[in-house]
Design a protein around this ligand. Structure first.
Ligand code: E4P
Length: 221
């Protein structure tokens, strides 16, 4: 399973990328707004830091605007995946951009039918938003199961990118289903690394090593 970071925060991107954990990045206008500053600089820098796919989103709502923006976004780097919304114009732009060899991520997917249409339109990724479904009392993870089942019947080549992840259990469930990618807020990736027993265990090992050192002042590992 690939791990993307869902952020425009350069510090987090650098931190987790240096750890070798990141396969890509997803951004959206809200995430860029959250960081402030000039979004063009941020988008450029992200595409330079990250070797893998970086999703950058169009803001036009009609086909020709999406095509223009998509092509401009691709100028930031050859790793740019153009993110388009799940609308009729978005699907049309997905088909055209994909046919021109520009990879597309269809975002704001909330139903299996939307995922099916995006895959038929040549999307490299579909982004089902599970947290936002959970927020309104629907089962977000059930959507991932349904999309996985549908995609496994065919050969679309479209990857399931689980988005709107809220906590580490979402990641475990997505991995059990066999989703291709999870895109994580930095806080969720941080939490995945931690366990209280790991912390306590390490503290105990180090304390015992100090005791050994007291008895053997010259020892080194
Ligand atoms: C994915 O590409 C989106 O940027 C993101 O996962 C949305 O998450 P949210 O529902 O927490 O805003």
């Amino acid at each position: 399973m690939k791990i993307f970071l869902d952020t425009a925060d350069l510090e987090s991107i650098k931190k987790f990328n240096d750890m070798g954990l990141l396969d890509g990045i997803t951004t959206n206008p809200s995430l860029l707004y959250k960081e402030g500053g000039n979004p063009k600089d941020a988008m450029k820098e992200i595409t330079e830091i990250i070797k893998g796919d970086v999703s950058l989103e169009v803001v036009s709502t009609e086909y020709s605007g999406m095509m223009e923006e998509g092509k401009r976004l691709r100028e930031y780097g050859s790793n740019v995946v153009v993110k388009v919304p799940m609308t009729p114009d978005g699907l049309k732009a997905c088909k055209s951009l994909s046919s021109e060899g520009i990879p597309v991520n269809v975002t704001l997917i909330f139903s299996p039918n939307q995922a099916l249409l995006a895959a038929k339109s040549g999307a490299k990724y579909v982004s089902p938003f599970i947290g936002r479904l959970d927020d309104i009392g629907q089962d977000g993870m059930h959507l991932i199961k349904e999309i996985k089942e549908i995609f496994s019947n065919y050969d679309f080549g479209t990857q399931i990118l689980v988005a709107s992840i809220r906590h580490p259990i979402h990641v475990i469930d997505a991995a059990k289903i066999g989703a291709d990618v999870v895109t994580l807020p930095p806080a969720v990736l941080d939490k995945m690394m931690k366990h209280p027993l790991t912390k306590i265990g390490l503290e105990n090992f180090l304390a015992d090593w100090e005791k050994l050192k007291a008895e053997n002042p010259d020892i080194k590992i």
